[in-house]
Design a protein around this ligand. Structure first.
Ligand code: PMP
Length: 461
């Protein structure tokens, strides 16, 4: 039934042909098969790239190429140290180019976006303003500075007005931190406009690009934004790396984020204290042995995606998103979530869609998608509790598409949701260890890990 409905939708033929698909880089694990509860195996349908994306094949190949040379950075005279130092510094340049940094911006490698924002929080010299729709990484980073939260309105226009009012009435804000794309709805925030509003009030802007960078061009210089934070594992380089890129002055004078070896020019003991001469950024914040493989992976991902991120990646994802939204509109009781009602807010967005399905618990829907259909989605509140409270008063299901996604993945999701919505589950479910799970669960855990999959952590719920 769902398949018949889908062939009636106008967008699917174009999406099936996926005109840009052939040019897109391949990801590792694209042919992964997973067990389902009827005892068979199906190709894994990964619709959770907003949480974490697979590695590009080119990234994994580059890491394999680098591994024999793995060595210390900035510290050794040995050949591998020289190679690795060059790799890390080249990767810095690749990241800077990818986000269109200015010549005097600095790239600091971090663990991820959360870590990058934590670093900026040490550097910011005054109050920080955020919207309440943010991911917890952007909402919670500013525990050691004054932090003001502006409530987003039902429309984007009302939200920008509220931001303008806050910044005008209390003109001492040093920084506005805002997401480039919502991790819940995929809606894009108008960064150049936010930059104009913030700069007019004397505040800088940090863009949380965790969700934007894999899908749209981050244009630090073009936007006039001051900082950008991103995560390698969402950018097809899942090797424990992230970056903060932006203006040097605050970063050069801030307390070191990771104090230790490599962050100092000299250390002496003076009486019963250490006397240190901290290096400028980025070294100042990168104490300890750096993540060489992560930097190399992120640099490689940036090089691969740079020629594709302006047109090919968005075209691929827009076609799939049209197909997905048309399909979801046919599922009884399914409600797609949006932050904003106005046309600006419902315009371009990444292919991340959150929804509720009638009164069905989101966790049950996600468990059935995995157990019966081999489809991976996220359920919960997506580390954006205030936004989910407003949109649903509870949990939702999120499907997020990326380079790995195909039209057939979209159709599988829509077909599976249609069955679940019509109460045609092929299995029984119960809450086990706080999460919905198939009971019994006959699927062998045959991946490389051992033991049962861990219970979900609190953040998604
Ligand atoms: N910001 C947004 C918008 C995100 O979606 C995420 C990850 N879900 C983060 C920040 C945090 O990223 P990470 O977990 O890699 O630090």
């Amino acid at each position: 039934m769902t398949a018949a409905l889908l062939t009636d939708t106008p967008c699917d033929v174009a999406a099936d042909r996926a005109p840009h698909r052939a040019e897109l880089p391949r990801v590792v694990g694209a042919d992964l098969s997973v067990p389902v509860v009827d005892g068979s195996r199906v190709r894994y349908c990964d619709l959770d790239s907003a949480a974490s994306a697979p590695a590009l094949e080119a990234v994994a190949a580059h890491v394999a190429e680098v591994l024999p040379y793995h060595g210390s950075v900035h510290r050794g005279a040995g050949w591998t140290s020289r190679v690795c130092t060059a790799l890390v510094e080249d990767a810095r340049a690749d990241v800077a180019r990818f986000v269109r940094a200015r010549a005097d911006d600095v790239v600091v490698f971090t663990r991820n976006t959360t870590d990058a924002l934590g670093l900026l929080a040490r550097a910011v010299p005054g109050p920080v303003v955020t919207l309440d729709l943010e991911h917890h990484a952007t909402l919670l980073a500013w525990r050691h500075t004054e932090h003001r939260v502006v409530r987003a309105g039902r429309t984007l226009a009302a939200t920008l007005d509220a931001l303008r009012t806050e910044l005008t009435e209390r003109p001492d804000a040093a920084l506005v931190a805002v997401t480039g794309a919502s991790n819940v709805t995929g809606e894009l925030l108008p960064i150049p406009e936010i930059v104009r509003i913030a700069h007019a009030a004397g505040a800088r802007v940090c863009v949380d690009a965790a969700q934007l960078a894999p899908h749209r061009r981050v244009d630090l210089a073009g936007w006039g934004a001051d900082y950008v934070a991103l995560s390698g594992h969402k950018l097809y380089a899942p090797y424990g790396i992230g970056a903060l890129v932006g203006r040097r002055d605050w970063l050069d004078t801030a307390e070191p984020h990771l104090a230790g070896g490599g962050a100092v020019g000299s250390v002496a003991v003076d009486g019963d204290r250490t006397r240190t001469e901290w290096l400028p950024a980025p070294q100042r914040h990168e104490g300890g042995t750096p993540n060489v493989l992560g930097s190399a992976a992120l640099g490689a991902a940036c090089r691969e995606l740079d020629p594709l991120i302006d047109e090919d990646v968005p075209a691929h994802e827009r076609a799939l998103l049209r197909r997905l939204r048309a399909g979801l509109a046919t599922v009884p009781g399914l409600r797609v979530l949006s932050v904003f009602d106005d046309p600006a807010g419902s315009g371009d967005r990444t292919a991340t869609v959150s929804f509720t399905l009638g009164e069905l618990p989101a966790g049950l829907v996600a468990a059935a998608l995995s157990a019966e259909h081999g489809i991976g989605v996220r359920d919960g509140r997506f580390c954006a509790h205030p936004l989910l409270e407003r949109l649903t008063g509870g949990d939702a299901v999120r499907a997020s598409l990326g380079l790995r996604s195909t039209a057939s993945d979209v159709d599988r999701l829509v077909h599976a949701l249609d069955r679940i919505a019509r109460r045609e589950p092929g299995w029984t479910y119960a809450i086990v260890d706080g999460r919905w799970a198939p009971t019994p669960d006959p699927r062998p855990l045959d991946g490389p890990g051992s033991g049962r999959p861990g219970a979900a952590r609190g953040c998604g719920h």
